[in-house]
Design a binder for this molecule. Structure first.
Ligand SMILES: *Cc1c(COP(=O)(O)O)cnc(C)c1O
Length: 405
């Protein structure tokens, strides 16, 4: 295929990830534009009636309607699939659209799902509230305890669902163990990889079947749009995901897809630099937090109970870490004293952002579930951005001092 129209997958699959992130999934129009064009169209026109009939029958390639296909969305899907090492990818309107579709497309009444208890608040809502309403049984476990995965399996267990690192407690799952166990029992593994992105961790290398994303986070990486994605085998995507997706419509807008597509060009650089900054800031703060009676939860530091596993599974440990101070009052005092770092509940952004999960991202779950998953009243979560590390240290030092730490 000519370079002016795009490269075929046989060529792009041979490239290394840094090249794929910039060049993979580029389709050029007859104008030969350098940067990908944006296709803001809901529908398509056809030269004759038979063409569209063939497309609807699945007998000819081609777009029919933007709930089903759109060139801007397809370019994003191709680029993510390349980076993930997945056969196929479908972009979604948001991370939660991706998680909902990943689970509901394959679970039916009478099935059982085992999920990690440390998870994003809305992911827990899916498991605790939504699935049971449709007769799907769920069990939540301590995902960092390998034995609990095995014990939780029932004859009707169909899906394992987890995050690693988990939001906001930074629990790490032993991916090789859990994926092997799932495979031995015919269970499908769904991994929410939002905290890592394919630049830092590719769960399919450990045997994960489905990798689902909030692309709002590191993939966009600049706090602009909501987006999501689901990666899997060609067969799973075509036969299991697509019937659900085409008829329920969690489709991403073409503009948002284009923004994330451009974000992927710098994902590798951002994810690695932000990971380095997060390790430096964590190292700087740890002694002081511990001396004040708190805990550091940072997979990139030796004090994390699965530090070695995190280092083995991930290329770098990501921009996010958390720490406890004793009370909500102290946590709020730290947030209120920040001058550079924003109080914000987003993550993956190039800006450093900090939030109090118990009153924001995890406010909707019961006190008991929150305590069980380790979201204490004094827990703070930080996304470390691309600012100069010395400025971040200064801001945190002053904020801790203002809170009497
Ligand atoms: C943010 C987040 C989500 C939800 O993504 P949205 O794009 O906000 O819908 C799901 N899982 C994890 C781990 C997240 O951090």
């Amino acid at each position: 295929m000519k370079k002016t129209t795009g490269m075929n997958r046989a060529v792009t699959q041979k490239w290394r990830p840094a090249t794929q992130a910039v060049r993979g999934g580029t389709w050029r129009s007859e104008h030969g534009e350098t940067s990908e064009a944006m296709f803001l169209t809901s529908g398509y026109t056809y030269d004759d009636a038979q063409t569209v009939a063939d497309r609807f029958a699945g007998e000819a390639q081609g777009m029919t309607y933007s709930r089903l296909q759109n060139p801007s969305v397809a370019m994003l899907e191709e680029r993510i699939a390349l980076l993930e090492g997945a056969e196929a990818c479908r972009a979604q309107a948001s991370g939660m659209a991706a998680m909902t579709a990943s689970l509901l497309c394959q679970l039916s009444a009478g099935d059982h799902c085992v999920a990690a208890r440390a998870a994003f608040g809305s992911c827990r809502w899916l498991v605790d509230q939504l699935l049971p309403r449709f007769g799907i049984e769920t069990t939540v476990i301590d995902s960092a305890d390998n034995a609990q995965w095995e014990t939780a399996i029932r004859p009707n267990t169909k899906v394992f669902f987890f995050e690693s690192p988990a939001n906001p407690t930074l629990d790490i799952v032993d991916m090789q163990f859990v994926c092997d166990l799932a495979r031995a029992h015919g269970i499908t593994t769904v991994v929410d990889n939002a905290f890592a992105s394919p630049a830092l961790q590719r769960p399919m290398e450990f045997g994960a079947d489905v990798v689902a994303y909030s692309a709002t986070k590191l993939m966009d990486g600049q706090g602009r749009v909501l987006a999501g994605a689901i990666c899997g085998s060609e067969e799973w995507v075509t036969e299991t995901l697509m019937p659900f997706q085409r008829n329920t419509g969690p489709t991403i807008a073409a503009f948002n897809a284009w923004v994330v597509h451009k974000g992927l060009e710098t994902l590798n650089l951002r994810a690695h630099q932000q990971s380095r900054n997060a390790v430096e800031l964590g190292e700087h703060l740890e002694e002081r937090i511990v001396a004040a009676g708190g805990h550091m939860r940072h997979p990139g530091l030796p004090s994390h109970r699965r530090h070695a596993l995190a280092k083995a599974q991930m290329d770098a440990t990501g921009p996010i870490f958390a720490f406890d101070v004793e009370t909500r009052q102290r946590a709020f005092a730290i947030l209120d004293a920040l001058e550079l770092i924003d109080i914000s509940n987003n993550i993956g952004d190039t800006r450093s952002l900090m939030c109090h999960p118990a009153s924001t991202t995890h406010a909707n779950m019961g006190d008991e579930a929150r305590a069980e998953m380790g979201v204490s009243e004094g827990l703070l979560r930080i996304n470390v951005g691309l600012e100069d590390i010395a400025d971040l240290r200064d801001d945190m030092d002053a904020a801790l001092a203002a809170a009497g730490i």
